[in-house]
Structure formats: structure tokens, C-alpha cells
Write a protein that binds this ligand. Structure first.
Ligand code: 5MM
Length: 340
């Protein structure tokens, strides 16, 4: 069973220009998001907000999969249907974040290594029984003085491969997410170099563990200038650097590359994705955005149930803009004129 099911699931998530909603903010991260709109991060508020996103009319036209957090996959909608079941009934594939976070890497000052392998086999079995058909593990690579080190990149790649192998064994598509952070003052070229090293090492580890490359998705950063860099690259420069980098290190067997937004604004993330797709590659080039799909919707909701419908419209608009970018058909004017 497993091989074809994995291939089919991976392809289905990114079929028809669809992308992924990353709604797997851990408790600490969602609290930060709620703090920004002055809403208390209670379990009920988190449930209500995520239900609002998942029940947005037309979500299934643009969103092929949603990454859930452990708490969310156990929650239900107002009518008692589990949130995972609700998504599946719309043809949106439920996924689950399974890493337990990026922690200080002992012996590697300033660098992080992602944890969560202990007990993962049993957790995956349970998540599958709760409806998850894909999973996500995020490794964080930091650019700085003398970092990232080869040792840190290697440790993160090794963990990603072990996680991915356990997922495929469980019949769950792994999303492999090695994120080079964009918070430093590095140039575009430096990001290209670090992203190339990171992806090279990641695929070495995936080959080493005999992963089925057609049964996984890659979730990387785009190649961008660091936030603190005086010389910010244009969308066209970002697109060329990104596709050039991936052509050198990402095998064509990988069915889809779903970018993270990493702190880009909503429109920037859409514009860059569109420019990337105007060049294209052998893979589907889509999105798995958290902040760049939710920022305006969160603001529109502002914790008031009366704003739920307006927030849903804002959210589906954002998703539709990104799916147009996957087709390479997005224009800035559409931000004003396309209705949801
Ligand atoms: C949605 O946030 C995800 C979970 O983050 P924490 O572990 O910090 O709570 C995160 O992994 C997310 O999927 C990626 O960073 C992509 O999100 P952005 O906002 O960068 O598109």
C-alpha cells in the first residue's frame, strides 16, 4: 500500500495550484499571535479561530492541506465533528506538526537543533488514527558570525531524515522543512550559499536513509536578503537565486516544494512566489505559509465572533492570491479586484 499512497498524497496536496495552510503554531507561538491582537490565548479561542479558518467558504479551491498542532487535531467544530474530519470532508488533507521544537544545540553556541524523535513511531500511529496523512518537522538554521557550522547542519539533516523515514513507515507523507532564517544582515548571495549547503546535506541524509523522494514534500525558505541587509533583493533577483539554488541540489523526483514565508509580508510572499513560478522548475513550486496566510485574517477577526465572516473572506482572498502565484498568474492589481 504505502508507496503509491504516499506518492498520491504528496501530489494531491499540491495539485491544481493548491498550497498548504500552516496552522500548527505551538502554544507559545499562537499566544504571541493572539497577543498582537489583544486576544487571550485560551483553548476555546484557539479552537474558535482555527475553526473559522477551516470553515472559510471555498478554502478547498486553494488549500490542499492544513498542518495542525497536537491540540488542534484533538479538537472539534461546534457541531462535534473533529476538525481533522471537517477538513477531510472538504477534500483538504489534514497534517500534523510532530517536532517538539528547536532547542539550543549543545556544543554549538548560537545554533539550534530540532528535537522530537523519541517516541515518534507511536505518536505517528496515533496521529494517523486521528486523520493525519502528512506531517511536518522544522529544522532552524541560523546565519551569523561563523555560523551555521557544518556540524549543526549535519545534526539537523540527520534528524530530518530519521523523522521522514518514520513517517513513510507509518504511511504518512513527511514535509521536510530546513529553514534558513532571514533575520540576519546577510546578503542574497550568503543566503544562497547557506541554503545550498543545508539542502545538499539534507538530501544526502535522505538518500542515506533510503527515503522515497516521490513520497515527501520539501518546505524550504526562499533565497532572500537577510532582514538587516541594506541591499534588499528584488522579487526577480529572489526568484532567480532561489530556482538556481534548487536546480543544483533538489532532485526532480521530489513532487513539490512548498515555501515557508519566514517573516515576509503577505504580498511580498505572494509576489516572490509568482516570480519563482514565472521561471519554474521540474517540481510544483507552491506555498506552506503561516504568517503570510493569516496575518490580515487574524487582524480582521480581532477576537470578535461578529468579525468571523469578514476574517474568512480576507483569508480565502490571501489563499487565492497565492494559488494564482503558483500558476504564475498573479498581478498586484488582483489584490484590489479579485473577489473571493
Ligand atoms: C505556523 O508556525 C509553525 C510552527 O511554529 P512554532 O514551532 O514556532 O510554533 C512554523 O513551523 C511554520 O510552519 C513555518 O515557520 C512556516 O511559517 P511562516 O510563518 O514562516 O510561513
Amino acid at each position: 500500500m504505502a508507496v503509491n499512497e504516499l506518492h498520491e498524497t504528496a501530489r494531491a496536496i499540491v495539485a491544481d495550484h493548491k498550497g498548504i495552510l500552516a496552522a500548527d503554531e505551538s502554544t507559545g507561538t499562537i499566544k504571541k499571535r493572539f497577543d498582537s491582537i489583544d486576544v487571550e490565548s485560551t483553548e476555546e479561542n484557539r479552537r474558535f479561530y482555527r475553526q473559522l479558518l477551516f470553515t472559510a467558504p471555498g478554502i478547498e479551491d486553494s488549500i490542499g492541506g492544513v498542518i495542525l498542532y497536537d491540540e488542534t487535531i484533538r479538537q472539534s467544530a461546534d457541531d462535534g465533528t473533529s476538525l481533522a474530519e471537517l477538513l477531510a470532508s472538504k477534500g483538504v488533507i489534514p497534517g500534523i506538526k510532530v517536532d517538539t521544537g528547536a532547542h539550543d544545540h549543545a556544543g554549538y553556541p548560537g545554533e539550534k537543533v530540532t528535537e522530537g524523535l523519541d517516541g515518534l513511531r507511536a505518536r505517528l500511529e496515533e496521529y494517523r488514527s486521528l486523520g493525519a496523512r502528512f506531517a511536518k518537522w522544522r529544522a532552524v538554521i541560523t546565519i551569523g558570525d561563523g555560523i551555521p557550522t557544518d556540524g549543526n547542519i549535519h545534526a539537523n539533516a540527520h534528524a530530518l531524515a530519521r523523522y521522514a523515514a518514520l513517517c513513510q513507515e507509518a504511511g504518512i507523507v513527511p514535509i521536510v522543512e530546513p529553514e534558513v532564517l532571514m533575520d540576519a544582515d546577510n546578503t542574497l548571495d550568503e543566503c544562497w550559499e547557506v541554503t545550498t549547503r543545508t539542502l545538499h546535506e539534507t538530501f544526502d541524509a535522505l538518500y542515506e536513509d533510503a527515503l522515497d523522494l516521490q513520497g515527501l514534500l520539501l518546505k524550504p525558505n526562499m533565497v532572500v536578503s537577510g532582514k538587516g541587509c541594506a541591499q534588499q533583493a528584488t522579487s526577480e533577483e529572489i526568484a532567480h537565486a532561489t530556482v538556481n539554488c534548487f536546480q543544483g541540489v533538489v532532485p526532480a523526483a521530489v513532487p513539490g516544494i512548498v515555501f515557508l514565508s519566514g517573516g515576509q509580508s503577505e504580498v511580498q510572499a505572494t509576489e516572490n512566489l509568482n516570480a519563482i513560478n514565472q521561471i519554474g522548475g521540474p517540481w510544483v513550486l507552491s506555498y506552506s505559509y503561516g504568517r503570510a496566510l493569516q496575518a490580515s485574517a487574524l487582524e480582521a477577526w480581532a477576537g470578535d465572533p461578529a468579525n468571523a465572516e469578514a476574517a474568512q473572506e480576507v483569508f480565502t482572498h490571501r489563499a487565492r492570491m497565492n494559488s494564482l502565484a503558483v500558476a504564475g498568474e498573479w498581478t498586484a492589481e488582483m489584490e484590489q479586484t479579485v473577489t473571493v
